[in-house]
Design a protein around this ligand. Sequence first.
Ligand SMILES: CC(C)(COP(=O)(O)OP(=O)(O)OC[C@H]1O[C@@H](n2cnc3c(N)ncnc32)[C@H](O)[C@@H]1OP(=O)(O)O)[C@@H](O)C(=O)NCCC(=O)NCCS
Length: 217
Amino acid sequence: MMPPGYLIRLMQPADYERIGEICRAVYPHETPYTPAELAAHRAAFPQGQFVAEHTPTGEAVGVHFTLRLRMADYHIDDSWDVLTARGTFADHDPAGPTLYGADVFVSPDHQHHGLAHALTDATRGLVVEEGLWRMVGASRLPGYGAVAGSLPAAAYVREVIAGNRTDPVLSAHLKDGWSVVKPIEGYLQHDPESANWAAVIQWVNPACPPPPELALR
Ligand SMILES: CC(C)(COP(=O)(O)OP(=O)(O)OC[C@H]1O[C@@H](n2cnc3c(N)ncnc32)[C@H](O)[C@@H]1OP(=O)(O)O)[C@@H](O)C(=O)NCCC(=O)NCCS
């Protein structure tokens, strides 16, 4: 359900600067997206670049960036850099049966309003509309860094799935209908909060079952 005062639409060039600012705020250890990178995403797959707009101001306050891939061309523990062709989306495959969720983030001032949920619903809508098999992504684990010295990542993820721990990102993704495939190390280059771990996640389109030879292992 869409929270009042917001709408979901496709990214436009007028959003680029604001998206860079939000990126700087939510990923202090990463270089923010440049207008040229965002233009490349839009050129590769315009219908997969979603923005949450705050309607009173017209400003972008959240994004979900996607591209289509054939996951059989990759390994389950490939990094974000590999899966996005170093952030260019040049590897977008118009025939790829998987919608890969390259990024989702919401401005800190607008978090906890259900915008990530609404953005995820929009990407799920695209999977259904384009008749795709599934969405795949990787969830950061920003609660893991604090306990990484005493708990293996797989145990941490199991505890979050069981509801015995809350992770600020993975718990939200699980609530949004994603399920965990497996934890992987080194997905992002600079994610000390997650001790450089992430969890591969997926949502399978019930209307489009997987070719068995292509199931994730
Ligand atoms: C992860 C992230 C995208 C979530 O965005 P968000 O818009 O706050 O997400 P939602 O509002 O849909 O859900 C977040 C929580 O708010 C709760 N919520 C939703 N609507 C709410 C409302 N009206 N009032 C209070 N809480 C609400 C949700 O239930 C959820 O709770 P949970 O964390 O206990 O599961 C955001 O925290 C973010 O940008 N983080 C930094 C970037 C990042 O790590 N992105 C993920 C990359 S894998």
